[in-house]
Write a protein that binds this ligand. Sequence first.
Ligand code: CP
Length: 306
Amino acid sequence: LIHLLSIEGLPKSIVTQILDTAANFVSVSDREVKKVPLLRGKSVFNLFFENSTRTRTTFEIAAKRLSADVINLDIARSSTAKGETLLDTIANLSAMAADLFVVRHSESGAPYLIAQHVAPHVHVINAGDGRHAHPTQGLLDMYTIRHYKKDFSNLTVAIVGDVLHSRVARSDIHALTTLGVAEVRVVGPRTLVPGDLAPMGVKVFHKLEEGIKDCDVVIMLRLQNERMSGALLPSSQEYFKTYGLTPEKLQLAKPDAIVMHPGPINRGVEIASEVVDGKQSVILPQVTFGIAVRMAVMSIVAGNEA
Ligand code: CP
């Protein structure tokens, strides 16, 4: 694996290798062990052209745990504001001996464009591109599900909310399908569910109560208002009434169902505070697992011993 741009097309063996490698890194991400030398002498450039709290920070922590030098380019203060193109920015950072670019961009495909133009020894990891893909989120979601549920083969997983604009939903669907989950469901209003899911073997529901019934895993998504305009924008209160996950509605899922959310959460819009902070929520463990999963991905693509 030279780059990680998408989960789509990755064989099950590689997805499993990443999850297994992440399991070995949990003690490092927990800081029982402070550092491993797998990326010693390598320079990791975090290029976040779009906002981030979790992904950017956990990539930085993960790279430091792997002993890499980490450079966070402050995009807002960079020369992109003076008209420098994406590829010229990359060329200049490559001239500073970059080994790995972690890229988030609002344009779908931007990490692919970069991967096509970097030298063969330079690696690119997609940290979220437009509404296309967020592969490391998909992988940390799979790690979380495996941690709590052990085996994928008997699971029913519901992805609820604004699937149309969600790169996380796409990556999760590809990962769940690759790992052989019994049933993948998508739940949301007709305006926010894409029409091309059936060929992927996904069942579509428009009623929350029906979609989460007897599920093992419920993945909630926020309304990605920044990717919507005009008629698509639902009111928060109306949306919560119909698609918000409340403790009462969660009772329709299996009693031991886990509730996930990639974050950022909007309390009282797609999910009630009582659910976020409740016993079935694994939203914060997802964030913690993200460190080990990102260590695994970086060590596999660019590690000294990989
Ligand atoms: N889940 C996720 O991508 O969060 P951030 O946007 O904060 O990185």
